[in-house]
Every structure is written in C-alpha cells, then in structure tokens.
Design a protein around this ligand. Structure first.
Ligand code: URA
Length: 481
C-alpha cells in the first residue's frame, strides 16, 4: 500500500490515492481542493503503484481551505455514481470525478444533461462497475480443498474487470457465512474463516485449485436445473459471457446440454426434473442459528439467484406470528421482512387493529426473493408449491422456537406453508384452523393483493383484511386471559 502524500509543485497538486477504490479518501481531498479553488487541470490523482515520481519533490501538503464551511455542491445522483466509479479500472477515474465535481459547483444540475460527454462517460463507468459486480455474484465458483488440519476450505478464482473485490466481500460473507472460503483475483484476494474477513495481495490463476470431486456434483446439479424449455442462446451468452466459462465447471456441459435440449424438454414434460438439493441436517435450535443457516441454504433454485436470505424479525416469544410469502425487492436489499410497499399496507392495518408490530414475530414462508430480471428491474415471481414445501422446514424451525399462540398467514403461499396444501383464501378466512403444534392458524389476503386492486374491489378487500386483523386481535386478547 502506497504512503499518502500530496505534493505541491508551484500551483500543481498531486494526490496519491492510498487504495484504488477509496471513495471516502477521494471525497475528502476533492472537497478540500474545491474549497481552495484549485481547478481540475492543476491536480493529478495518482493511483497506488502509479507513477508519481515526476512530482515527488516539493511541498508535501495540500492547501488549507480558507473556509472549510463552504458548501460543496454535489447532487445525490453524482455521489451515488461517484461511489461506483471509484471502483472502475480506468486510471483517469479520479480526475474525471474531480472535473465533474468542479463543474457541479457552477451548474448543480449538470448530471441531468445526458448530452454532456463527461456525464455520459461517468454513467458508462458506473454501469460497467455494477455489471462487473453482478458477474462476480453470478460466476464465482468455489472448489473444495482441505487445509493442513483436514478442514474443508473453498477457493474460487475470479478475474474482475474493476476494483470490486473488497466492495463485494459482504455479499459473499452473507451468502456463504458458514463456509471457510477464499476468493483469489489478480486485483487482490479476500478470505473468510466463518468469523473474520481478511484481505491479501493479488494472486495468479495457478494459485487456485483447478478441479475437484465437488465439481462433479455441481455439474450434475447444473444439468438438473438447466431448463431446456427456456433455452435462449443469445441471452445466455449475454448473461454468461464466454470469458467466465473457463472458471465454471458447468460450462463444460453447455454444448452437450444445448445439443440435447429438445430431447430433454420432452423428457422433462414426461417425467419432471428434480431441481432440488439434498436433505436438511439437524434443525437449528435458536433464531440466530436459523438466521445463519438460511444464508447458506441452496435447497431450492431460488437460493441460487443474486439475493440474500431474509430472516424473520420480532420477539422470540411473540404470541402472534405473521407469515408472508417471500421477501420482495426492498426486503432483499435491506435483509428485513415487510419493509417495502406491502409492509406499509401491513403496518397501517396492524396499527388500525391495535396490534403492535414490535410485539409480533413477522416472517415469510420462503426465505429468498424469487424474481426475473427485466433490464434494471427485478420482477417478483411467485414461488412454486415445491419451493414453498422445501422452505417450510425453516419456517417450522422458527415456529418451534417462538411457539406463537396464533399464526396469521398472509395469502395462499403462506397458508400452504402452514397447511401443506393449497387452500382458497375466501373459503378459509374468518375462522381459525388448528395446527399440529397446538397453535391456531388464521388466514387472510396478502397485502400486495390489496395494492393491485382499485375502486370498489379494493375497498371491499381492505374491509375484509381489517376485519380479519380485528378478529385476530380479539382472539389474542381472549387467549391472554
Ligand atoms: N411480501 C411478503 O410476502 N413478504 C415480505 O417480506 C415483503 C413482501
């Protein structure tokens, strides 16, 4: 890591970046330079390992701003793009960002000018960094090795286009929390031992293992989830560029699978294919253990999407448990249940019924967000009956710990998770059903359903929803006596 130094040559300033992706450092220095009125053509931004020797003499300090309270204008859009652009591999990224920050002082709405070449360049860089992160999430493939003590360690090789490795570490920690793993890249490596994340310098491909028995398993799994009925070669190449194929064991199967797609499609229609993973192990005994374990769950294909598991939330002795279908986009991003639009409908209805959400355990039948990508948007897809049935294991583990007196299922998926069969909401709402563990199940509509309605139909469904919650509130009061 290069030492920090800022060298002034006459009126020329050089900023040595300590790390190639240090947005906070860039922002602090850039603010200081704007406050001192230093135009972009008087500043050179040098990357770690970059050639700063031309400037390596003279005054070692940046100018001291006369007025460090001066307001620096930087729109939200600029800041969000700048955070990503700092990870780009283009050596000019820091100067370009500074040039834009400089221009924003006299034209705060500059980022809205789509015809401006600097704006366009920054937007392209932003997109390229986000795309690289997406590829890393999707195409990192671990290979199992044993360490000196015979413990399993998973190692992956990945070649990012940009400086994204440190930034994406959190995704892999959340997703593979229980595994010990390393991701090796030519831009630096990250290592996780179940508790601590470490970084180390760049690696070479030959440092990573090249294949192991686990790959055969993975290949078999991929062959089983490969859906020939959905084969779109153009889209596949766009999403899974050939560049990444060499690190992906399943890529060896692609030509064969594509060739056999038609045959498999008809076999699939005849026989059905097994998409699902192996048996569960022992049931975790605390909510914290469930939370940890669901992040590694790949028992159904939803867990293999670019998402994170969302754990239930609330007291571990709540009298009421509310069960939704699955996390939505916002729940996936925040890791919390019912925080998006459906959550707002639920919160308002709970408040109206006099039920305290913070005294309630709120969870979902399916722990991961199922979606299809449409451009930048991720569109909700309902889980299949099989996916709900597989995830039921986690939900039952939560219920065995919380032991609620009353469970309120929101919508048909949640009701299925509880009953093991599909029921019609209109037939079962309004009356409690007995569950095996002695608790009572009440079923009502899902709040997203209310959001999709309008006019009289909406008013009627809102009335029924409110009545169901009021009935649950009354029942809780009776049970508390
Ligand atoms: N819909 C659900 O079913 N659950 C959530 O957590 C959010 C939306």
């Amino acid at each position: 890591m290069t030492a920090l130094s800022h060298v002034k040559l006459g009126t020329y300033y050089v900023v040595h970046m300590p790390e190639p992706d240090d947005f906070a450092f860039w922002r602090e220095r850039a603010r200081q330079l704007v406050q001192c009125d230093v135009p972009p053509d008087r500043v050179a931004w040098v990357e770690p390992g970059g050639n700063g020797s031309l400037f390596s003499h003279g005054d070692k300090r940046l100018p001291v701003p006369e007025d460090d309270k001066q307001i620096i204008r930087a729109s939200k859009r600029f800041l969000s793009i700048a955070k990503n652009v700092c990870h780009h591999s283009d050596p000019e990224r820091f100067s370009l960002l500074y040039a834009m920050l400089w221009r924003l002082q006299s034209n705060p709405r500059l980022m809205e000018d789509k015809a401006d070449s600097q704006v366009r360049r920054l937007e392209d860089m932003d997109k390229s960094v986000r795309r690289d992160a997406h590829k890393m999430h999707a195409f990192v493939r671990f290979r199992m090795v044993e360490d000196d003590e015979g413990n399993e360690h998973y190692v992956a090789w990945f070649e990012p286009d940009h400086h994204i490795v440190r930034r994406e570490a959190g995704f892999f920690v959340r997703r593979f929390a229980n595994m010990h793993w390393s991701i090796l890249t030519p831009r630096g490596c990250i290592h996780w031992d179940g508790e601590t994340l470490r970084e180390s310098g760049p690696a070479q491909k030959s440092d990573a293992p090249q294949g192991d028995p686990a790959e055969d398993l993975w290949r078999k799994y991929y062959a089983s989830i490969f859906n020939p009925a959905r084969l779109k070669i153009g889209a596949m190449l766009k999403e899974m560029p050939r560049k990444y194929w060499k690190n992906m064991p399943e890529a060896a199967l692609i030509p064969e699978l594509v060739a056999g797609a038609q045959k498999r499609e008809s076999e699939m229609v005849d026989a059905g294919a097994s998409l699902f993973g192996s048996e569960f192990e022992d049931r975790p005994e605390t909510l914290a253990a469930i939370d940890k374990a669901i992040h590694g769950c790949r028992k159904c294909p939803i867990g293999n999407l670019d998402n994170q598991a969302v754990m239930g939330e609330g007291p571990d002795n709540a009298a009421l448990m509310i069960v939704g279908e699955q996390p939505g986009d916002q729940e996936d991003q925040t890791g919390k249940p019912f925080v998006g639009p459906a959550g707002q409908v639920l919160d308002a209805a709970l408040a109206q019924a006099g039920i305290e959400r913070r005294e309630t355990y709120v969870t979902n039948a399916v722990k991961h967000f199922k979606y299809v990508q449409r451009g930048k948007r991720r569109l909700h897809q309902s889980p299949t009956a099989k996916e709900i049935d597989v995830c039921r294991w986690w939900h039952e583990a939560e219920r065995a710990i919380v032991k609620p007196k009353v469970v309120l299922a929101l919508g048909a998926s949640a009701a299925r998770a509880m009953l093991g069969k599909t029921v019609s909401i209109s037939k079962v709402r309004g009356e409690p059903l007995a569950l095996d563990d002695g608790s009572e199940l009440w079923v009502t509509a899902h709040p997203s359903y209310l959001l999709r309605l309008d006019g009289d139909a909406k008013a009627e469904q809102e009335r029924l929803f409110a009545a169901d919650l009021a009935a649950v509130k009354d029942r809780l009061a009776q049970l508390a006596q």
